[in-house]
Structures are given as structure tokens and as C-alpha cells.
Design a protein around this ligand. Structure first.
Ligand SMILES: *Cc1c(COP(=O)(O)O)cnc(C)c1O
Length: 463
């Protein structure tokens, strides 16, 4: 009998997260204080994040226990199934075996609650009563609202004004889970009021919403801020995906994986699936590990490795990462979660080491891949996820040409049921490709002139 999908028994679910910092061939360069140019210390971050999460951010310990209270919440939808994509394989006529980890089955519909639950828990045990955050299209805001609801915390979400008006359904999800979601710019912060005075009709931006959420957190009692991607602890909370997938592949009888892929906006879902396999690669396994991004926001494939701010308003510490410049305004592609100007420092370092090999795809190719997926495997992927599906199809076709068996593993990061407007635009022929013009990128990179420079350090090449 064919196995279509594999779960795990409760006692087989991983009990620890994997912290790749313990195994990096070259350690990360530290975040830097933009004022002093010196590495920041834990105390600098204390007004923004609870100390227990700051400790995780810098921890070098390889395995970190998942607290029982966190596990109980994760078990609401975990383990997520690992499926074999027989129908897609057949449609492609490929000898490759394609597996996908379905993170779309969580209550908010993506991988994001894996870290939202953990962050809400650590805030709660630290004595925090209220969490603020920003959201673009609403995926992160809905995940954090859900998590705060489970732990009895107040949640305030600053949602980019244009999405607040145009994409009301995720805001309704946030309200259903009891969160307060308001459009940014808002009248609740200095940053918001200043913008509204100048531009009353300002559509907002992610950078401005971050500034509002941080200002709220550092000026309010018992309040901290939460970020849904990019940071080390966030990526670590996602590794339960890859650790589960490894055990599930064994149950399918697979001893070896050839290709591991996921889409990367800030890098968290990709890291979650890939990092346990990067460890195998560090230990000598032959695996091709591919993060996928849009050609319109080509951070990993074209941008330089620099120190840059995490937000558009230049309020965060400087992070060592590939970046298009913090003032980069991405084209209006539908994969909202892949429009970030930077990429996680951990992914950046793995690119420098040659352990992961990023690729970029055009929007139309990604929608074609998503539609082929929906018409074979059934479920409708998020526009972000479609970038990883483009990798799978490319690799499966290559396997066919080479007449080689190959095992491909994909992180299916979320469903697209809240993003059907993008599919509608695709079918009506309104979508176009927006590969980023070189001169636009060079202009955007002016924002990092004068900032400190990191050294691209690699094992055996220390300086
Ligand atoms: C947010 C999101 C992403 C991008 O974020 P990462 O931190 O890079 O994972 C990808 N897919 C889905 C479905 C998302 O909601």
C-alpha cells in the first residue's frame, strides 16, 4: 500500500530545538549599536525583548529544551504531516520523489505560530502582560494574536494601513483571537502622529509599523515587542519543522535527502526545515540546500553583505546581513512575506560558507508553479510558498533529464486561502514580472553608505 502522508506519535515529537549557532564553521558577527559602533550587549535590548529570549538569541548551546507549556500548545496542530507529492511527480513525469512538510495546517495557516507560541510563553514567564508587533498583510499579526490568546496576554498589532483597508480578513482573524489591531500610521505613537501630520493619507509601511510597535513597547508598562522572523531565536523555534521531517522521512523509508528547499523572506520557515539538514551537511552529507526568493526583492542573490538596520526607520541595532538597504521599497508583488530588505544573519553566514545556495524566481513562474500544484496536490499554496514550489519543479525536471532518482524535500510554509486576490490577478493577466533594475538597487544601497562594514568571514579565511 502506498503511504501518502506520515505523522508522528506524540512521544516521537522532538523535545528540543536545534541551535545552529553551536555548529557554525565561523561564528556570527555581533549586532552593533548604530550610535557607538560597538557590539551591543543584552542590556541594550532589555527594554524591547524579555531577557529569557535575549539569552536564547545569543546562546551557543546546541540543543534547547522545549518547555512543556509550549509543547502543549504546539500539540494543538503538531506534528504537521509530511506528504509525498505523488500526483505532482506523475504530472511532471519525474523519477524524483517529492516530499512536503505541510505547515499550512496550523490555526493561522502558516509556520509562524511555531515561534509566536514560544515567544508568548517566554514573555509570560518573564512577567510581561502585553505584546506589541507590526504586520504587513497580516500573517504574523494573526499568528501572534492566536499565541497571546492561548497564554492570556494582551496583543496590539500595528497593521500597515493599506493592507488594513484592502485585506480585512486577517484583521478579522486577529479580532476573533481577541487582539487589538489598528492601522499604521496611528495616533497612538509619536512616530505615527508625526507621519499623520505630514501625510494624513499615508498608506503606511512595514518600517513605520515596526517603529510604532517598538515605541509602544518601550514606553508602556509590562510590555515588550515581538518579531516574527530574522532573529536567531525565531529561526531556532522553527527547527521543530525539520526535526519532525527527518523522523517522518525515515518512516517513509528514505535514508538520504538530495535537495531541501523553502522560500525565504526573513528566513524563518526555510531555516526551520533546513537547519537540521545543514548540520548533516556540515558533517559531510551531500545535500543541496536552496532558499528561494523573488527576483523583485533579490536580497540573497544580488545584494551585498553589510551591516544594516532591521527597519526602515533606522531604529534597530545594525545586523550583519545581505541587504538591499533599509529604505528599499519593494515592488508590489503578491508574496507580501518575501518583501523584506534584508535576510536573517544566520542565513547570511551560511551563504558565505557556501552551505546554502539561494535562487531567485519571477512572479509569473511562481504563480504557474502554484497553480500546477493546486491542480495536482489540491491545496492552494500561499504566494510565498510558490517560490519554493518553483525550485521543486525545476529540480524534478532536472532529475527527469538526467534520468536520476532524487529525493526532494519542500517546506510548504502556508496556504493561500487569504491571498486569492493574487490568483485572481494572475488569471486575469494583470500580473507582470518585476526583476529589480540594477540602478534601482544601487540607489537603494546608498542608505547603507557610512555604516560600519562587516568582514565576510569564512572558515580558513579569517579576515
Ligand atoms: C511570513 C511567511 C513567509 C516568509 O517569512 P519567513 O520568515 O522567511 O519564513 C513565507 N511563507 C508564509 C506562508 C508566510 O506566512
Amino acid at each position: 500500500m502506498k503511504e501518502f502522508k506520515v505523522f508522528l506519535r506524540e512521544d516521537e515529537i522532538p523535545k528540543q530545538w536545534y541551535n545552529i549557532q553551536a555548529d557554525l564553521p565561523t561564528p556570527l558577527q555581533p549586532p552593533i549599536h548604530p550610535g557607538t559602533g560597538q557590539p551591543i550587549g543584552p542590556q541594550d535590548l532589555a527594554p524591547v525583548f524579555p531577557m529569557n529570549l535575549i539569552e536564547q538569541e545569543v546562546s551557543q548551546q546546541r540543543w534547547i529544551d522545549i518547555p512543556q507549556e509550549v509543547m502543549e500548545k504546539l500539540l494543538l496542530w503538531r506534528p504537521t504531516p509530511l506528504h509525498r507529492a505523488y500526483a505532482l511527480e506523475k504530472a511532471l513525469g519525474t523519477p524524483a520523489r517529492i516530499y512536503y512538510k505541510n505547515e499550512g495546517v496550523s490555526p493561522p495557516g502558516s509556520h509562524k505560530p511555531n515561534t509566536a507560541i514560544a515567544q508568548a510563553y517566554y514573555n509570560k514567564v518573564f512577567g510581561i502582560k502585553r505584546i506589541t508587533t507590526e504586520t504587513g498583510a497580516g500573517q504574523w499579526g494573526s499568528a501572534l494574536s492566536f499565541a497571546c490568546c492561548l497564554f492570556g496576554l494582551e496583543c496590539k498589532v500595528y497593521m500597515v494601513r493599506i493592507s488594513f483597508d484592502q485585506k480585512p480578513y486577517r484583521r478579522m482573524m486577529m479580532n476573533t483571537w481577541g487582539a487589538n489591531c489598528i492601522p499604521s500610521p496611528s495616533k497612538d505613537t509619536n512616530a505615527g502622529r508625526k507621519m499623520l501630520e505630514e501625510y494624513p493619507d499615508c498608506p503606511g509601511s512595514l518600517g513605520l509599523a515596526i517603529s510604532e510597535a517598538i515605541e509602544d513597547a518601550v514606553t508602556s508598562k509590562d510590555t515588550r515587542y515581538s518579531l516574527g522572523s530574522v532573529l536567531n531565536h525565531v529561526l531556532m523555534h522553527q527547527t521543530i519543522i525539520g526535526l519532525e521531517a527527518k523522523k517522518q522521512l525515515e518512516k517513509f523509508g528514505e535514508k538520504k535527502v538530495d535537495v531541501v528547499t523553502g522560500c525565504a523572506g526573513g528566513g524563518s520557515n526555510f531555516a526551520g526545515l533546513a537547519f537540521p539538514f545543514v548540520l548533516d551537511k556540515i558533517n559531510g552529507a551531500n545535500i543541496t540546500i536552496i532558499p528561494a526568493e523573488p527576483t523583485s526583492c533579490p536580497t540573497m542573490t544580488r545584494a551585498p553583505f553589510v551591516y544594516d538596520f532591521g527597519d526602515t526607520a533606522a531604529t534597530t541595532p545594525l545586523l550583519p546581513m545581505y541587504s538591499l538597504g533599509h529604505t528599499f521599497i519593494p515592488p508590489p508583488i503578491h508574496a507580501g512575506g518575501l518583501r523584506y530588505h534584508g535576510i536573517a544573519p544566520l542565513l547570511s553566514q551560511l551563504i558565505i560558507e557556501g552551505l546554502i545556495e539561494p535562487r531567485a524566481y519571477n512572479q509569473l513562474e511562481c504563480y504557474a508553479a502554484a497553480v500546477q500544484w493546486a491542480r495536482t496536490e489540491g491545496a492552494i499554496p500561499a504566494p510565498e510558498t510558490s517560490h519554493a514550489i518553483a525550485v521543486v519543479i525545476e529540480e524534478a525536471k532536472k532529475a527527469k533529464e538526467e534520468g536520476k532518482e532524487k529525493v526532494i524535500l519542500l517546506n510548504w510554509s502556508g496556504h493561500g486561502l487569504m491571498d486569492l486576490g493574487g490568483y485572481d490577478s494572475y488569471f486575469s493577466g494583470k500580473l507582470v514580472d518585476y526583476p529589480l533594475p540594477e540602478d534601482v538597487m544601487q540607489k537603494s544601497l546608498k542608505a547603507i553608505e557610512g555604516l560600519p562594514k562587516p568582514v565576510a568571514m569564512k572558515k580558513g579565511n579569517p579576515a
